[in-house]
Design a protein around this ligand. Structure first.
Ligand SMILES: [Zn+2]
Ligand SMILES: [Zn+2]
Length: 196
């Protein structure tokens, strides 16, 4: 959960990304990289597509891949589990994680080759705004001269997300609304975080 609090006026808003994916022409899906923006046309904190991965997230992913590759190579799995347990379950986990990370790189590369449209506000289609490079960036509060300071709360890992994401084509156009779960009678998933 992201919290934006203005350092000058009393405005504040809590907002979370809603799950969204791109569906590539061959049917593969790529989780959309989203980024909070101050959209001047919406005049609110909105969400734009990020065309590049947050550099901190990418660095963490690459570092983790290095670590897992080394574990797979040496057969030495350092973990919070007991050594025996770690040796038993970590090889599969590491290999799976490396494979998924490699697939993600491939998907991003394939998507970028197909993508021609500019970076847009997902709410209104505006392309005239500055999309921050990082997920946790502060935003300008317009027309207030203040800055919206971004802080976050990590939601506990026990939460299992059963929501079906909204589906977009590679150009960022919504082609299918998501649902609150994969139950047949599940409600449609909201497009914007409630109350924002
Ligand atoms: Zn303000
Ligand atoms: Zn907008």
């Amino acid at each position: 959960m992201f919290h934006f609090t203005c350092d000058t006026c009393d405005f504040r808003v809590d907002i979370e990304y809603v799950p969204r994916v791109y569906v590539l022409p061959d049917g593969r899906t790529l989780t959309m990289m989203q980024r909070h923006v101050w959209c001047p046309r919406c005049a609110r904190v909105s969400v734009a597509e990020a065309l590049t991965e947050d550099p901190d997230a990418l660095a963490a992913r690459l570092e983790r891949r290095e670590h897992h590759l080394e574990s797979v190579h040496t057969g030495n799995y350092v973990s919070a589990f007991t050594k025996a347990m770690a040796q038993k379950i970590m090889p599969d986990l590491c290999r799976r994680w490396i494979r998924e990370s490699d697939e993600m790189d491939q998907l991003i590369a394939d998507w970028k080759r197909l993508r021609t449209a500019g970076q847009t506000c997902l709410r209104c289609g505006n392309t005239n705004m500055r999309v921050p490079e990082k997920s946790w960036a502060d935003l300008p509060h317009v027309p207030c001269p203040g800055t919206l300071r971004c802080t976050g709360t990590i939601v506990g890992a026990v939460f299992v997300d059963r929501r079906l994401p909204h589906q977009y084509n590679v150009q960022g156009e919504l082609v299918r609304r998501g649902r609150m779960s994969d139950d047949d009678d599940a409600e449609e998933l909201y497009l914007w975080w409630p109350g924002t």
